[in-house]
Design a protein around this ligand. Structure first.
Ligand SMILES: C[S@@+](CC[C@H](N)C(=O)[O-])C[C@H]1O[C@@H](n2cnc3c(N)ncnc32)[C@H](O)[C@@H]1O
Length: 345
């Protein structure tokens, strides 16, 4: 009997040798997925261009070579060869369509050139106190994004795609009974804040971010049903915040920064709180049962992209203490992140 073809996931969990092969092939596999998204191959297949020759003609690729990439994508189980040289998208592959629910297409592109160039410097980050990104581009990530609007747009969408997965869960996990006003600091496109405001009808919100990000968020906020309960404010979280609120949420911010910078941001947040106010951080805590599944790889991503880091509770508590704050609660959210509640000492 012919042995059925094994896919990547079978191999990854079989013998020790093959587990290592699986790990080593990760960057090649990631590149194939990126090609599928970057050149719209998944979208073309989904909309009916299923034959390799037709795909190659539309994209200006060499058919035989494209076929070899497609076969590896089949091995990764995102497409399936149904007839000779003809492919269909699998349910997993549909997650890579730009407009699908919970699409990971923008996230895929985030792991593209800039990320790869930063990753190539992982060993250098062990010797030089700079992020892999800074070593590769001689610039920091956020200043680079401000100069490259197209990449910045993808970055914002990727961040949103990442948060979408756990965003619905966040408002249910927050205790907002005695809170009337909330600010999302470094809130990006505003997806997290919109979700919270939509869940809690008594709340007023402020979306705070850099000017270029707020300018873009304005368009989206125009279509938000509860826009009359949200203000958009631009500024710099390293300077005193220009408002007072009962609660602050910061999602994926502190992990971008060194302890010193994180303390500065948290101190500004603390000073913007009304009496008995609180801060919620959405961050991966590297801590036993609460540690999200990708905690360690996210930690290295921070090292590469921003010189930041994911933190253990000990490390968080040191930063909180320096900013006059203390941790009062923390829980794991869908194994993707954690919600950490912090109050003034
Ligand atoms: C990793 S993104 C997180 C976005 C959003 N909170 C989320 O979870 O999807 C970091 C955000 O911090 C913002 N940011 C970076 N430096 C800032 C600064 N100095 N002042 C205000 N916002 C800043 C960026 O513009 C970006 O939107």
């Amino acid at each position: 009997m012919q042995k059925s073809q094994q896919n990547f996931f079978d191999i990854y969990s079989s013998t020790d040798e093959l587990k290592i092969h699986g790990m080593l092939s990760a960057s090649l596999n990631s590149k194939c997925i990126q090609i599928g998204v970057k050149y719209g191959i998944f979208s073309l297949i989904h909309s009916g261009t299923e034959n390799t020759k037709d795909l190659a003609k539309k994209l200006g690729f060499i058919p035989d070579r494209l076929y070899r990439v497609l076969k590896n994508l089949e091995h990764l189980t995102v497409i399936k060869e149904t007839n000779e040289h003809c492919f269909k998208l699998t349910a997993l592959g549909e997650k890579l369509l730009p407009d699908s629910k919970g699409s990971l297409a923008n996230l895929t592109m985030l792991w593209s050139d800039e990320f790869q160039n930063a990753t190539n410097n992982l060993d250098n980050t062990l010797k030089i106190e700079k992020s892999g990104f800074e070593i590769a581009y001689n610039d920091n990530l956020y200043s680079y994004l401000q100069k490259n609007p197209k990449i910045a747009e993808n970055f914002d969408l990727a961040m949103r795609g990442l948060s979408e997965y756990f965003n619905n869960e966040i408002p249910n996990e927050m205790d907002l009974k005695s809170v009337e006003s909330i600010a999302d600091i470094g809130g990006g496109s505003g997806a997290t804040l919109r979700n919270i405001i939509a869940h809690h009808s008594h709340l007023k919100g402020i979306l705070f971010d850099q000017k270029s990000v707020i300018d873009k968020a304005m368009n989206e906020m125009e279509h938000f049903q509860h826009k009359n309960r949200v203000d958009l404010v631009h500024g710099d979280f390293f300077k005193p915040l220009p408002f007072k609120v009962d609660c602050i949420i910061m999602s994926n911010i502190i992990h971008n920064w060194s302890d010193e910078k994180a303390t500065q941001i948290l101190l500004n947040c603390r000073n913007a709180l009304n009496e008995n106010g609180k801060i919620y951080l959405v961050e991966a805590a590297l801590e036993g049962s609460i540690e999200p599944i990708m905690g360690r790889s996210m930690d290295l991503t921070m090292l590469l992209m921003t010189s930041g880091k994911e933190r253990t509770f000990n490390e968080f508590d040191k930063v909180f203490h320096s900013a006059g704050l203390k941790r009062v609660n923390a829980k794991n959210i869908l194994n993707m992140t954690c919600l950490i509640e912090v109050k003034s000492i």
